[in-house]
Design a protein. Structure first.
Lengths: 334, 94
């Protein structure tokens, strides 16, 4: 039996305070009930919660009854509701998708929170939290990042914990070792003497390919951070992305954007400036979904599972570390 | 009699060998075998596995800018898998 809007409104007026006092409830309102993902014509009381839990996980006083005075209820997970604040602003608690950075950089994005030895830590890129290998554990991390007005010590949110060093390729492949060069010169003289077409050259061995551009920082206090992502909400789990996976990220510069994994098993040369190029392997490649300042964004699939860490891109591509490599390299987990 | 048997055996072995040779490697194996050479080509900034318009998996070579010479020098296919090129531009940290 459908109820009219007036009746539902009246009931909610009386019940709102009691509903809002229950655990995780952040808003109440009148809306249409959603059943199996589709909107029905039935009016109901909608309770928005930070996290949807099963009845078994809740104390009986916190459970939202299925009906109140015969009017049905609906529970929707919205995450925490906060005053609209741009990702470049100062956030306390700080959450994923907002500006952050080492004091010597401009700004990047706070990806999300992960656990290291059971402690909550902030995950982002090496080039965001550790100034591209040029930092030491304990360095202050600012939120927002310096270009967004973050200053030490007022805006310090964390200490750098550790980073995975980025291996850069040698700008000049031929070796400069004098002994090696002398030996090669002698060998080439011999080749010429015996009229061989062969010539030898010594080269510096390629440095090891990289899997991640990643670092973690320990919040000064756990109350200064929140385990969710701006405009996305709570991370549901961890997954592997594949060719064709729909993905999204929330970043400091371009906010919430979506894309698709267009290439996997990607080997890519990333130009860090100053003649430094680093080769990355086993990367994910998506279409354009980021710009400068979005580095460090957590990348999630359409089920809100964490699949990657955004770190580089061009005008028409975005390069993403696989989250499994990030977790193994840093010894962290969700 | 023995000679016939020996010839038959050799023919069988040869057939088995050529079959092994013809067994196709996966696109991942082929990409891995050729990636260093492809990345050493001037202007190549990425090599990955993607799909063409028909949904078939192909090897995609990314270039820093339009480079006719490089495109010409790259193979059209590798061990049976199509090689596509696309201009992705210079890849930088963001």
């Amino acid at each position: 039996m459908p109820h009219d809007l007036g009746a539902v409104r009246n009931m909610l007026k009386n019940a709102a305070a009691d509903l809002l006092a229950r655990r995780n409830v952040v808003a109440t309102g009148v809306g249409y009930k959603v059943a199996q993902g589709s909107r029905t014509e039935e009016l109901c009381v909608v309770c928005s919660v930070t996290r949807k839990l099963s009845v078994a996980q809740l104390a009986s006083r916190d459970v939202i009854p299925a009906t109140i005075d015969g009017i049905p209820t609906d529970v929707v997970q919205t995450g925490r509701i906060r005053a609209l604040q741009p990702p470049t602003g100062r956030h306390r608690p700080a959450l994923g998708g907002i500006s952050i950075g080492h004091g010597s950089i401009t700004a990047g994005t706070l990806g999300c929170l992960v656990k290291k030895d059971g402690m909550l830590v902030i995950l982002s890129n090496n080039h965001v939290l550790a100034n591209t290998n040029d930092a030491e554990a304990g360095d202050p991390i600012l939120q927002p990042g310096p270009i967004d007005g973050g200053r030490f010590p007022d805006d310090q949110i964390a200490d750098l914990t550790e980073f995975v060093p980025i291996n850069f390729r040698e700008p000049e492949p031929p070796s400069r070792c004098p002994t090696a060069r002398a030996v090669i010169a002698a060998l080439n003289m011999l080749c010429r003497a015996i009229s061989s077409n062969t010539r030898y050259q010594v080269v510096t061995l390629d440095t090891e390919d990289n899997l991640v551009d990643a670092a973690i920082a320990t919040p000064l206090e756990t109350t200064m951070v929140a385990d969710e992502i701006l405009d996305i909400g709570i991370i549901q789990g961890v997954a592997e992305a594949d060719l064709g996976s729909a993905v999204k990220k929330s970043g400091r510069t371009t906010g919430l954007t979506t894309g698709e994994i267009l290439q996997v098993d990607v080997t890519s040369d990333v130009d860090y400036g100053g003649g430094r190029t680093a080769r990355f392997r086993d990367q994910l490649l998506a279409g354009p979904m980021s710009q400068g300042g979005d580095s460090g964004s957590a990348v999630l699939d359409d089920g809100d599972n964490l699949v990657g860490l955004l770190f580089a891109g061009s005008d028409n591509t975005t390069i993403i570390n696989r989250i499994s490599h990030v977790f193994s390299a840093l010894g962290v987990r969700r | 009699m023995r000679l016939t048997a020996a010839i038959l055996l050799m023919a069988l072995a040869t057939a088995a060998c050529s079959e092994t040779r013809e067994m196709q490697s996966s696109i991942q194996e082929v990409r891995a075998r050729h990636v260093d050479r492809l990345m050493a080509t001037p202007g190549v900034v990425s090599v990955g596995i993607g799909r063409d318009d028909e949904g078939t998996e192909v090897i995609i070579v990314g270039l820093d800018q339009a480079r006719a010479q490089t495109v010409e020098s790259l193979p059209a296919s590798l061990e049976g898998y199509t090689v596509r090129t696309q201009v992705v531009g210079k890849i930088t940290p963001q």
